[in-house]
Design a protein around this ligand. Structure first.
Ligand code: GDS
Length: 208
């Protein structure tokens, strides 16, 4: 089986959650890093199904769209719940994480100077839903009693929010415990402390 190849920019961005999954699950993959200069030439963009990255090549399967990639990895590695009901709930969680990620990216790329303060002010009003969900989950995971792809995605998102505003989880004990718990999984910790993560800017425009 050909190894998995992930093509993305040299940023954490939408690539980090999938890297976390692959690292934590012991998946072998190679990184194909595309610099902005290379991307701006336009040749690669023309070959991308929707003109964007990330792209994941798994054998003869070529995937775009970060959430489709997360789901593909989840199906392969048992990160999609124990049955159809859990899978539906995991999808629901991931859709909500995506909603927040889109708000964050809009602020970062389109209105950082004018919108950062408002975003930080409104953040607790979005995070409180996940706090309430996790407060009721004895396993400490979003759904069921096993980690799912949505957990890796939420963990990645929350770490990025802490970079934006280090106090943002202070009033959310369950979210704080969740970040500590997932962040202390040995391979997650190793990855998050590795150059593969720490040396990359969080976003492509240098804002964080
Ligand atoms: N839905 C897709 C997914 O989930 O995979 C979004 C993929 C995507 O946005 N990819 C970006 C890309 O390839 C890199 S992530 N950009 C190059 C291009 O479009 O030519 N996206 C909206 C979103 O993620 O929902 C963004 O906000 C991205 N921003 C995040 S980087 C511009 C600038 O600096 O303003 N040069 C790039 C802005 C940009 O692409």
């Amino acid at each position: 089986m050909a190894p998995i190849e992930l093509t993305y920019f040299p940023v954490r961005g939408r690539g980090n959650a999938m890297k976390l999954i692959m690292y934590d699950q012991g998946v072998e993959w190679t990184d194909k890093v595309v610099t902005i200069e290379e991307w701006m030439k336009g040749d690669l963009k023309k070959t991308c199904l929707f003109g964007q990255l990330p792209k994941l090549k798994d054998g003869d399967l070529v995937l775009y769209q970060s959430n489709a990639i997360l789901r593909h990895l989840a199906r392969k590695h048992g990160l999609y719940g124990k049955d159809g009901k859990e899978a539906a709930l995991i999808d629901m969680m991931n859709d909500s994480i995506e909603d927040l990620r889109v708000k964050y990216l809009r602020m970062i790329y389109q209105e950082y100077e004018t919108g950062k303060e408002k975003y930080i002010k409104e953040l607790p009003g979005h995070l409180c839903y996940f706090e309430a969900i996790l407060a009721k989950c004895p396993s400490g995971f979003l759904v069921g009693d096993k980690i799912s792809f949505a957990d890796y995605n939420l963990y990645d998102f929350l770490v990025v929010q802490k970079i934006l505003c280090c106090k943002c989880l202070d009033n959310f004990p369950s979210l704080k415990g969740y970040v500590d718990k997932i962040g202390s999984r040995p391979k997650v910790k190793a990855f998050m402390e590795s150059d593969s993560c720490t040396k990359l800017p969080v976003n492509g425009n240098g804002k964080q």
